[in-house]
Ligand binder design. Structure first.
Ligand code: RAM
Length: 327
């Protein structure tokens, strides 16, 4: 009888709001100083606040493969329930992720993923379907250069999982006869640092005097490429395209340095990661291939292969629509 009463009291206490710990979540971007991650963080924080969770964000100074390692470890020590992260490497961080998961932490990769090592995280949120991003980038440049001529790719870091995934698709897409007159001459890396990206873009323009285009599938890189082409006065000869933020590219679109580029909504991406994180941590959502769920404001989403969820399709920005977008 007494035992039963104690049991009931304990159960009642467990369901008191004050007895439940607040969910702690953190988002770790690739590096500091990249405006791309600002709306992503805002979306993440919004999803957390809607769920009554506490959200923070910490970032390393550079996007080196291991730069996020001490941050992951510190967050586990802080007893966070959810780590959302845009990993700088598909391999270098995985032991730390496994240790975090063993301690009950939900690990959500967002924006970039642990390609080939997806078992080291709980779920992945990708920006857009990687196939459509890679193919879309080749088609976009092709349409700008009449599907003819030499072009280069200026990427982020050599390890960046998302850029490498898209570049793989770009290379495969080139075997389509439609693109047989387009020649990829080099792939270089600006490490998602503005100065290094600019130096690499300038070097491309010098090394390949007959270059017709540059694809830069990174917001930092594409802005640097546009800057280099503008400074060199080569906007007629070299078409720059890639993945950029409307705010960073607006000037170059308006002054005719570049004609078109693509991106999705980083805010939605952050919101989706935050939403999934809160739901999994609360035991309301269990990842599994084919599992569908509804995301406020975004609609139905589904866990695909490797528990990947896609945010939304990329949009193409041109002079005619760029002023509708402010991020
Ligand atoms: C840069 C980062 C980010 C990527 C965008 C397109 O800001 O590398 O990971 O998604 O570009």
């Amino acid at each position: 009888m007494i035992k039963k009463a104690i049991g009931i009291i304990a159960l009642a206490m467990a369901f008191q709001p004050w007895a439940m710990a607040q969910t702690k979540m953190v988002y770790i971007p690739k590096n500091t100083g990249n405006p791309y991650f600002e709306p992503l963080i805002a979306g993440f924080e919004k999803a957390a606040s809607e769920a009554g969770a506490q959200a923070d964000s910490v970032a390393p100074a550079t996007a080196d493969p291991t730069s996020q390692l001490p941050l992951i470890k510190a967050q586990v020590q802080r007893h966070v329930n959810v780590i959302a992260i845009s990993p700088n490497s598909p391999e270098a961080l995985n032991l730390a992720f496994k240790q975090a998961m063993q301690r009950g932490v939900t690990v959500i990769c967002v924006d970039s993923d642990l390609t080939g090592h997806e078992d080291c995280r709980t779920a992945g949120v990708l920006t857009a379907d990687p196939e459509s991003v890679g193919r879309g980038q080749i088609e976009l440049l092709g349409s700008l250069i009449n599907y003819t001529g030499k072009f280069a790719i200026l990427s982020a870091t050599t390890d960046a999982p998302n850029q490498n995934m898209w570049i793989d698709v770009m290379k495969k897409t080139l075997s389509d006869p439609k693109y047989s007159k387009m020649q990829l001459v080099d792939t270089v890396y600006g490490n998602d640092e503005p100065q290094k990206s600019l130096t690499e873009a300038e070097a491309l323009l010098e090394r390949f005097s007959d270059l017709r285009g540059i694809i830069s599938p990174t917001t930092v890189g594409v802005a640097a490429c546009a800057q280099a082409v503008e400074t060199a006065g080569k906007a007629q000869q070299v078409q720059v395209t890639g993945l950029g933020t409307p705010n960073q590219m607006r000037r170059f679109i308006q002054n005719g340095t570049i004609k078109a580029f693509a991106l999705w909504s980083p805010y939605d991406e952050g919101y989706l990661a935050g939403y999934i994180g809160t739901q999994i941590a609360a035991g309301k959502l269990t990842p599994g291939v084919g599992v569908k769920f509804n995301v406020p404001g975004l609609g139905e989403r589904e866990f695909r292969e490797h528990n990947v969820v896609i945010t939304g399709p990329p949009l193409v920005f041109t002079k005619s629509n760029i002023d509708q977008f402010h991020f």
